[in-house]
Design a protein around this ligand. Structure first.
Ligand code: BGC
Length: 437
């Protein structure tokens, strides 16, 4: 066989491509946003099940005033402007809208309408979430999502809010991370109602899927009736990337297949893909399957056992997994929004480095043909991180929880540059060790 030698000049140019940067341009109109949720930032959400749960918690949780964003939302929008965001994902607090069953509070409607108007004035496209882990307290007392009636109540609220605010928004997330909600609330028991019961978890998951399906139809129907432009309706799915230590093991492969189905695909299957105009991806988790431990229910190895890079909350930070889940979602042939992704850390260099690394993976996924329309960093502000309280710091903006003053962190300034240029440029790629020629 004749061995063909690669000419020196080609080897050299390949090497230089590896070592040197090339600006990574994103498609025109790409959405650069941040994400928040009502209970985590607004403060004083005392009509929901989380507020009641906090009062009972042994960990002395207290969302209290949170970031006081209910009162400071205009200041927050001014911050988004400084970050050069052209989109913002937030949630409407159902318990504020409907503090008692069937009685809607028009002051709360006014608040969210003003927020949407302010976003519009600032050319920031809203992505509105209708359910982000909290429920009105009255719904929880009626049995919450384990009861079929929850579907009816949710749809009544969805129909009300779409009529009221639909002309100001076009992208809707009906439910945030249904499987995370069900796992934490009905299997792990660390969120209200604190259950650890498979049957209840199954019922709640099924009801959430039915609620999404109906909400999808309600929103579309309302827009058609009002002759508003077509809305885009979907969910935010917690997508996990999975890896097996035993690449030749059939049982490991099978286990990964099942986990992939459950976490990444089951909700689309149960609720019906035709009820999703886009695929909403939340990406935080990378799971490594070493050995099965069915007795202890520990399937995946912990990042700290291998001294891997982790966030403050102990999750492995694995940017390449972003690429993997995006490629996995490509098969649905729907536009994709990365609705959440972020790192909890006090180390600003670390946040910046990973921010660039995650965005770089998104860029590669786009080049591989995945239709990605936007990225929303979690989160705009340091905020109330559920059962972990206020300690984990996810924000691009620091919050003083006594005075509620805000200051943009260095990662926030970095994000502002990326959003402004719609590109990962030389300056940013340096975080990953790329050199200038
Ligand atoms: C949730 C957020 C949460 C974030 C970080 C996401 O799963 O939607 O509410 O703060 O993860 O834990």
């Amino acid at each position: 066989m004749v061995k063909v030698k690669t000419p020196k000049i080609i080897i050299k140019s390949r090497q230089s491509r590896l070592r040197h940067y090339k600006a990574m341009k994103f498609p025109r109109g790409f959405l650069w946003g941040t994400a928040t949720s009502a209970h985590q930032i607004e403060g004083q959400n005392f009509h929901n099940d989380w507020w009641q749960w906090e009062k009972k918690s042994k960990a002395r949780l207290d969302s209290g005033q949170a970031c006081n964003s209910y009162n400071l939302c205009k200041e927050d929008i001014a911050l988004m402007k400084k970050l050069n965001q052209n989109a913002y994902r937030f949630s409407i607090e159902w318990s504020r809208l409907e503090p008692k069953p069937g009685q809607f509070d028009y002051n709360a409607v006014k608040h969210y309408r003003e927020l949407l108007i302010e976003l519009k004035k600032n050319d920031i496209a809203p992505v509105v979430t209708l359910h982000h882990f909290t429920n009105p307290d009255w719904l929880a007392k009626l049995g919450g999502w384990t009861q079929k009636s929850a579907i009816f109540y949710f749809c009544r609220y969805v129909s009300f809010i779409t009529e009221e605010l639909g002309n100001l928004a076009s992208i809707w997330v009906t439910i945030n991370e249904p499987l995370v909600y069900v796992t934490q609330s009905y299997l792990n028991g660390v969120w209200p109602p604190g259950k650890t019961n498979y049957w209840l978890a199954f019922k709640a998951y099924k009801n959430l899927a039915a609620a999404h399906r109906r909400a999808y139809k309600i929103i579309h129907h309302c827009y058609r009736r009002q002759s508003w432009h077509e809305p885009q309706v979907g969910v935010a799915n917690n997508c996990v990337s999975l890896y097996s230590y035993k690449i030749h093991s059939l049982s490991s492969w099978f286990f990964i297949l099942i986990s992939d189905f459950v976490w990444n695909h089951s909700f689309f299957k149960i609720s019906g893909l035709r009820h999703h105009d886009f695929i909403g991806v939340n990406y935080y988790f990378h799971y490594r399957l070493k050995d099965f431990h069915f007795r202890t229910f520990r399937f995946f190895t912990e990042a700290y056992n291998e001294h891997r890079d982790m966030s403050q909350v102990g999750w492995e930070i694995y940017p390449q997994g972003m690429f993997d889940v995006l490629i996995d979602m490509r098969k649905y042939k729907r536009p994709i929004y990365i609705i959440e992704n972020g790192v909890a850390t006090n180390d600003e260099y670390k946040r910046s480095r990973y921010l660039v690394a995650f965005i770089k993976e998104i860029y590669h996924a786009i080049l591989s043909g995945v239709k990605i329309k936007g990225y929303f960093y979690w989160s705009l502000l340091d905020n109330f991180e559920w059962e972990k309280g206020f300690a984990p710091r996810f924000g691009l903006v620091k919050v003083n929880f006594k005075k509620f003053s805000r200051s943009i962190k260095s990662s926030g300034r970095l994000y502002a540059d990326i959003a402004k240029n719609n590109c990962l440029s030389a300056k940013e790629l340096k975080y990953l060790g790329y050199q200038k020629k």
